[in-house]
Design a protein around this ligand. Structure first.
Ligand code: UT7
Length: 336
């Protein structure tokens, strides 16, 4: 006789219970970068909206920044690390192929008594929304009660200070959320996908093999076909936002906040226009002070909007990430 397998029992729904961020101490204004790329503060601000970014020092490692952000998120949620069953770290700047940085972070936090499941996700600037999607499904599927999702980057490690197209864009930081069970839906259906035909639009300049085999190769950095990514983001990502709203059954006018990935202020403005977002809906503009922090940008912006009172706790927000891959993911959420 075939054994019958008892199914895992999950929570009816999931939501974000707490958010926390870590911003590196060092603030880098445009004036520090412009000479090497023959640029100006005016050009950078008008083309990207960026005034400053944070760059991590030697002590502000991927693990340290993550632990600081996660600690704040746990405190905000009122959840102890013991209760966390899984730690997901979204990053493209943990510079060691294996093991995943998530295991060290989980252990040092004491997640699940130091034994929580832990793994990294590589989905670039969509990494936070990918992680949130996994957390939602793990909780509803019964694989974990609470999941810590961390988006963290030290993009300064992979930035070429002489590259006019990227030197001014990227920043460092970490943002984390605690996702847990809920009686009512707090994370709407995800609209996500990828476009590998454009995988070269944002990429590491050399692979590790090239670095190993080519004596001339220098340490890799990130290169980006800025205009191509810009056009894709403006045209395609507004559609994804609309689909995510439709999937959740939420009208654009019902939003209490719009928190897109902080890629470029002009991309955000184009999305607002395409979505016909009412002027009274607050929009995340953390890029002005933080630059583009890839997987960390949405939770960092979310924390700031809640702390400043721009967005209400318990309100409804649309989050949307997009970037290297190309990859994207968006969903409607209830703010912690
Ligand atoms: O987070 C992951 C996803 N990433 C993104 O979404 C980023 C998407 N792309 C962008 O945000 C924009 O493409 C950038 C901000 C990176 C660049 O802005 P752009 O408006 O696309 O600039 P461009 O490359 O079209 O260059 C316009 C002009 C050119 O001069 P001409 O040919 O018009 O005379 C460039 O040579 O600006 C010049 N330029 C610069 N000037 C001063 C290019 N880079 C610079 C610079 N400073 N750093």
């Amino acid at each position: 006789m075939t054994a019958s397998i008892r199914p895992a029992v999950g929570a009816p729904h999931a939501r974000i219970w707490g958010v926390g961020g870590y911003r590196p101490v060092r603030v880098v204004p445009n004036s520090e970068l412009i000479e090497r790329i023959d640029s100006s503060d005016e050009w950078i601000q008008s083309r990207s909206g960026i005034k400053t970014r944070r760059w991590a020092n030697d002590e502000e490692t991927v693990a340290e920044m993550s632990i600081a952000a996660a600690g704040k998120a746990l405190a905000h949620a009122g959840i102890s690390a013991d209760q966390v069953g899984c730690v997901i770290v979204s990053t493209v700047t943990h510079l060691k192929q294996t093991p995943a940085i998530a295991t060290e972070i989980a252990y040092r936090l004491g997640a699940g008594g130091g034994r929580a499941a832990a793994f990294d996700v590589s989905a670039a600037c969509a990494g936070f929304c990918y992680g949130l999607t996994l957390a939602n499904d793990l909780i509803r599927g019964g694989s974990a009660e609470y999941v810590l999702v961390i988006g963290v980057e030290r993009l300064s490690d992979l930035t070429n200070p002489d590259d006019r197209g990227t030197a001014f864009i990227f920043g460092d930081g970490a943002g984390a959320v605690v996702v847990g069970p809920s009686d009512v839906p707090g994370i709407g259906p995800v609209v996500w996908g990828s476009d590998g035909s454009n995988s070269e639009a944002i990429e590491q300049t050399e692979s590790w093999e090239e670095l190993r085999d080519n004596a001339e190769a220098t340490f890799p950095t990130l290169r980006m076909e800025g205009q191509k990514v810009f056009r894709w983001a403006v045209w395609e990502m507004a559609k994804v936002c609309k689909e995510a709203l439709d999937a959740a059954g939420v009208a654009v006018g019902e939003l209490d906040a719009f928190i897109p990935h902080q890629a470029n202020m002009r991309i955000t403005d184009a999305m607002i226009k395409a979505l016909q977002l009412p002027a009274e809906v607050p929009v995340a503009r953390d890029i002005a002070e933080s630059g583009n922090t890839s997987a960390a940008s949405i939770p960092l912006a979310m924390e700031r909007m809640l702390e400043t009172g721009e967005a209400p706790s318990g309100g409804t927000a649309l989050v949307m990430g997009f970037g290297a891959g190309l990859v994207y993911a968006g969903q409607v959420i209830t703010l912690p």
